[in-house]
Design a protein around this ligand. Structure first.
Ligand SMILES: NC(=O)c1ccc[n+]([C@@H]2O[C@H](COP(=O)([O-])OP(=O)(O)OC[C@H]3O[C@@H](n4cnc5c(N)ncnc54)[C@H](O)[C@@H]3O)[C@@H](O)[C@H]2O)c1
Ligand SMILES: O=c1ccn([C@@H]2O[C@H](COP(=O)(O)OP(=O)(O)O[C@H]3O[C@H](CO)[C@@H](O)[C@H](O)[C@H]3O)[C@@H](O)[C@H]2O)c(=O)[nH]1
Length: 463
């Protein structure tokens, strides 16, 4: 089967870039990305590519090439579903905040709404592709909703989890380590799998396109994130031991990473992992394991989250303790708010939790981040509900320029590893700070010996 018309429901961090690349690589397929969020769609359609709703290096070029050729962004969800022969579901699946599974399970209400909308609108057979990250066996629920419409339309359901990382989304999509496609192991299932394989095969080598059954594909996505996050928590656990023993976490990471069985990637000690996926997906994995009565499995993976929370807390405590156990009224400059460099995404960023702890001690925080807006920072803090919105706005402020953030500060905390932080005039920053001037490098990106020569008191995670 040759797909001619794709609809993607959800124009977010995954739907937008993924469909832009599919459209760029398949000029003969019409791709329509739809969303109920009208302002997001308007931003995707903005003439000024700087106004795209998400910041990803290289994305503007891909969008510029494909948009209004065979890539379209629209709020007319029904029309796009009806016209499509393949529908990707790429809506958000956040951690549940209510009811059974609160704080652990994935909230599948947006997924179910999509399935019901497809069931209501579809007049011709369609392949439905789960692009969102979903608990294993969700395809069963989608199938049951779709197959009970009674209108005779046939659906095949595929699982095609996305492995892109933010900040490198376009590069990851252009050259993925693998594309994973799970489907029903029946004749119709294999045909649907092949239809999706053909789309990716226009630019991904065949050997990098893996096909599996539905459940393996769904579970592989949660497993991949659990393994990646587990590496970060493992090196972060060791960073604390390094600090008390005189070992250097970078040297340890380098030494173990040379072992080809371990490998060098994802061994960078940090103030803790953030992002919309790692915590959510591990909590979901823990919940699934518990629901099958596998408590030892659940406890094992939960420890990855416990360690990550400890790392964020430990960093904030280090700042308080070093500043003579009192930061009340002291200005602390934050360089970085995003959960990693090269993105404007702040979901679950370590900066939010470190700020919250310092604000409880009545610090005055001034933040500079090259891509994150003041409104975003405030809403991140307000979401925690620790104090009033007025207090958050009064004690955490945002400036558009790093030197202003650091002026008169008692301490600087590096929360995101933006490259530009390394290029600043650190002598100038030192001259304008309170003394002693402290730097807490939560990302291990600055030249510690250079800072010490200037006169800074420096703390680096894992050293
Ligand atoms: N962000 C990542 O890097 C990443 C990577 C891989 C996988 N994922 C997974 O992909 C999924 C989407 O993540 P995201 O970061 O793109 O989320 P997002 O919040 O950025 O985007 C989701 C979009 O879906 C829209 N939406 C929700 N319900 C809708 C409906 N019924 N009809 C139309 N639009 C609807 C929302 O308005 C929103 O714009 C999640 O399951 C996530 O776990 C995310
Ligand atoms: O050695 C490392 C590597 C990462 N991090 C932190 O871990 C978090 C996550 O980073 P990363 O995985 O690069 O970004 P994400 O965009 O969250 O991507 C992850 O989550 C996505 C959503 O599921 C998956 O698609 C990707 O494969 C997976 O890498 C960030 O806070 C990083 O700063 C570290 O602290 N040390």
């Amino acid at each position: 089967m040759k797909v001619k018309n794709i609809c993607c429901i959800g124009a977010g961090y995954v739907g937008g870039p993924t469909m832009a690349v599919i459209a760029q690589k398949n000029p003969d397929i019409k791709v329509t990305v739809v969303d109920i969020n009208a302002s997001r769609i308007a931003a995707w359609n903005h003439d000024d590519l700087e106004q795209l709703p998400i910041y990803e290096p290289g994305l503007d070029k891909v969008v510029a090439e494909a948009r209004n050729r065979n890539l379209f962004f629209s709020t007319d969800v029904d029309a796009a579903i009806e016209a499509a022969d393949m529908v990707f579901i790429s809506v958000n699946t956040p951690t549940k905040t209510y009811g059974k599974g609160k704080g652990m399970a994935a909230d599948l209400k947006y997924i179910e709404l999509c399935a019901r909308q497809i069931a209501r609108v579809a007049k011709s057979d369609k392949i439905i592709v789960e692009k969102s990250t979903l608990p294993v066996r969700t395809a069963q629920a989608i199938k049951s909703i779709l197959h009970n419409t009674g209108n005779g339309v046939k659906f095949q359901i595929l699982s095609n989890p996305e492995f892109l990382a933010e900040g490198t989304a376009v590069a990851d999509l252009m050259a993925p380590d693998r594309v994973l496609i799970g489907g029903e192991q029946t004749e119709d299932g294999f045909k649907a799998i092949q239809a999706l394989v053909n789309i990716y095969a226009t630019w991904v080598p065949q050997e990098n396109i893996l096909t599996t059954n539905l459940w393996s594909s769904e579970l592989s996505k949660l497993t991949a994130n659990a393994f990646l996050a587990q590496r970060v928590s493992s090196i972060n656990a060791l960073s604390e031991l390094c600090e008390v023993t005189g070992a250097d976490v970078n040297e340890v990471a380098n030494a173990i990473g040379k072992d080809s069985r371990i490998g060098p990637k994802f061994l960078k000690a940090s103030v803790g992992f953030g992002g919309s996926c790692f915590q959510k997906d591990i909590l979901n994995l823990v919940y699934i394991a518990k629901s099958y009565g596998l408590d030892a499995v659940a406890d094992y993976w939960e420890q990855v989250i416990i360690m990550n929370d400890h790392q964020k807390h430990r960093f904030a405590s280090k700042i308080i303790q070093t500043l003579y156990n009192t930061i009340s009224g002291k200005k602390i400059a934050f360089l970085g708010w995003a959960f990693k460099k090269d993105t404007n995404d702040t979901r679950e960023s370590a900066a939010i939790y470190v700020a919250d702890q310092l604000l409880e001690e009545q610090a005055s925080i001034v933040v500079f981040d090259p891509k994150v807006t003041k409104q975003k920072m405030q809403s991140d803090l307000n979401y925690l509900n620790t104090r009033s919105e007025e207090d958050n706005a009064q004690y955490l402020t945002t400036v558009p320029e790093p030197y202003e953030a650091c002026k008169d500060a008692h301490a600087i905390a590096i929360l995101t590893e933006w490259d530009e932080f390394k290029t600043y005039d650190w002598q100038r920053i030192y001259d304008q700070m309170q003394k002693p001037a402290f730097v807490f490098d939560g990302r291990g990106i600055l030249d510690q010996s250079q800072l010490k020569t200037i006169g800074f008191q420096v703390y680096v995670i894992g050293k």
